[in-house]
Design a protein around this ligand. Structure first.
Ligand code: NAG
Ligand code: NAG
Ligand code: NAG
Ligand code: NAG
Ligand code: NAG
Ligand code: NAG
Length: 513
């Protein structure tokens, strides 16, 4: 440990006393015998053609960026990729094209699937992820193709024909949709990527939500742009809501209640089994807010389909994580980002939504109070033009260059150290520190510490028997910079300072068995 040499009594000392140094390091104690959830991983999406941002870079930079995303020693080591299963007739604008562009005349007619071995760039990104050892591929349809839906188009809400409450002239498309999702998984398998998780809907509550009077007080979509996602407009920029159904979700979207989702799950589950894909976990339901997903989860349980599902998924846009969801299944936070503010690469500016520090805190809260087993950012990359150059991306790609935000490094600190299969364990101690601890499958202990105070804090970790420990720090001036530690004769780990508002992650190697 490096303490400042003792100073003699001068006015300088009085000034320093405003932020007194810790006389001795704070003690954090882990208890590996008290276990919580098992982690599936951390991830992002490159849906809606964002994958082309990476694909379009010149070769050396492209590899560097892929390395940054997936490398487990130098990058974020992201372990989950959420791909969008296209439903659009073609890939105009930022649409994701479907594998069934020509709708059969009836659900019984043999479908003519088309595999372009591209999937709007997502296949290539997935194949790179495979090279880095990524094993969790989440294929998620925002909607069924238009000809399977009540509104005849893949966008603007509508419902899958055949679900309770629908009555389509074209018939019942539920089995055809299940077969179609299975076919997408088969195409990916042929191309060297094994889909492990399957979602059949995205934000099913969104396009059907009722707007009382002032739509602009709600998250709202820009009717003029397919590129926009959830955006809360200031009143002065409120679009004139003449046709709410048209304005709502003008991109691949589909509505479903809990009962409707359950109805489809009862068809999708045996369809996967019949295709020898029973290892693929069905997810539900990607609600816009944690409270909506709590209700949907309750409904799925009432319908008796919880055991057919692998994972409960939700977005926290309209209602952030405020506790665990009512299920014994793993829970994934599958899409979140700062959609509101302009592009920022800052770590800490008094706790704004775009700050890296804010996302460290969100990750911490989701892992502890939210009991999540996975936490996914929305888009890894985006250009300047889209959505007024906002913060929904971790990395800006512009004119052949890329720029990394501190939000990325907040994710990297957790994602690189807490590997899939890690079990969260008890940790206590530390004033003004937010701590989490995990035991990885390889036996290493991970400790993540957020310092909520402005001044640096020294701490040591007890309750572990380490032989060596690596540590990394992110704050305003560090991007997961390696820092030194000391390991005591008893295996405790010390010699660590977490800077004010900083985030430190430790990986402690155990004694050989
Ligand atoms: C793409 O599909 C849309 C909707 O069907 C259609 O209006 C448009 O002409 C198509 N574009 C191309 C390039 O095929
Ligand atoms: C995928 O399609 C895009 C757009 O047409 C093209 O630029 C890209 O080269 C294709 N990528 C692959 C791997 O086929
Ligand atoms: C990850 O980065 C390290 C250090 O640069 C490198 O040795 C390793 O090959 C990279 N891993 C992959 C899968 O490329
Ligand atoms: C599933 O696996 C079984 C046993 O290996 C095999 O007989 C059957 O043909 C497979 N079915 C499909 C649809 O691949
Ligand atoms: C959840 O369900 C309860 C009970 O039906 C209802 O009062 C509440 O408004 C619902 N919340 C949301 C966000 O849908
Ligand atoms: C936390 O999630 C796990 C599954 O990952 C579940 O078994 C457990 O019951 C959940 N705990 C709470 C408090 O919700």
């Amino acid at each position: 440990m490096h303490f400042l040499p003792l100073l003699t009594a001068t006015t300088t000392v009085l000034a320093l006393d405003i932020f007194p140094r810790q006389a001795s390091p704070q003690k954090l104690t882990v208890n590996p015998s008290q276990k919580f959830q098992t982690i599936d991983g951390f991830g992002f999406s490159e849906a809606f053609q964002r994958a082309y941002n990476i694909l379009g870079l010149e070769e050396a930079k492209r590899t560097k960026l892929i390395d940054l995303l997936f490398n487990t020693t130098t990058g974020a080591g992201f372990s989950i990729l959420r791909n969008g299963i296209g439903s659009s007739p073609n890939s105009t604008k930022d649409w994701m094209n479907t594998i069934l562009p020509k709708g059969p005349a009836s659900p019984k007619e043999k479908p003519e699937y088309v595999w372009d071995k591209n999937d709007t760039g997502q296949l290539w990104v997935s194949q790179q992820a495979v090279k880095y050892g990524v094993k969790t591929f989440y294929a998620n349809a925002w909607a069924a193709p238009g000809f399977m839906k009540t509104n005849g188009r893949d966008s603007h809400g509508g419902t899958l024909c055949g679900l309770p409450g629908t009555n389509c002239m074209t018939g019942d498309w539920r089995q055809a949709y299940a077969d179609y999702l299975v076919q997408y998984i088969k195409f990916y398998h042929e191309s060297g990527v094994d889909v492990t998780h399957l979602g059949f809907v995205n934000e099913p509550d969104y396009a059907r939500a009722y707007f009382p009077v002032a739509p602009c007080l709600h998250p709202w979509y820009d009717s003029t742009s397919h590129l926009s996602h959830l955006i809360t407009y200031p009143p002065t920029r409120c679009p004139i809501a003449t046709d709410l159904t048209f304005l709502r979700a003008p991109y691949a979207s589909m509505t479903a209640t809990g009962a409707q989702a359950a109805d489809f799950i009862r068809i999708l589950h045996p369809t996967l089994r019949a295709a020898n894909l029973s290892h693929v976990h069905i997810t539900c339901c990607e609600a816009t807010g944690w409270n909506v997903q709590a209700n949907l989860t309750h409904d799925l349980r009432l319908e008796g389909v919880e055991h057919l599902l692998g994972v409960i998924t939700s977005h926290p846009y309209t209602h952030d994580i405020d506790g665990s969801l009512p299920t014994t299944l793993p829970v994934w936070q599958t899409e979140y980002s700062d959609l509101v503010s302009g592009w920022s690469t800052a770590w800490y500016t008094t706790g704004r939504l775009g700050d890296g520090y804010t996302w460290a805190n969100k990750l911490h809260y989701a892992l502890t109070s939210g009991n999540v087993t996975a936490y996914l950012w929305w888009l890894a990359t985006q250009d300047k033009e889209t959505n007024n150059h906002n913060n929904e991306k971790l990395i800006l790609v512009d004119k052949g260059e890329y720029y990394v935000s501190k939000r990325f490094w907040a994710f990297a600190q957790y994602s690189r150290t807490i590997r899939p299969g890690a079990v969260r364990i008890w940790i206590e101690g530390g004033n003004g520190l937010k701590t989490t601890a995990f035991v990885n499958a390889d036996g290493s202990t991970v400790v993540n510490v957020i310092n909520t105070q402005a001044e640096a804090v020294a701490f040591e970790v007890q309750g572990v028997k380490g032989t060596s420990a690596n540590a990394w720090v992110t704050d305003e001036s560090n991007d997961m910079t390696a820092v030194g530690t000391t390991v005591g004769a008893d295996g405790s780990v010390g010699g660590i300072n977490v800077p004010g508002r900083g985030l430190i992650s430790l990986v402690i190697k155990p004694l050989a068995a």
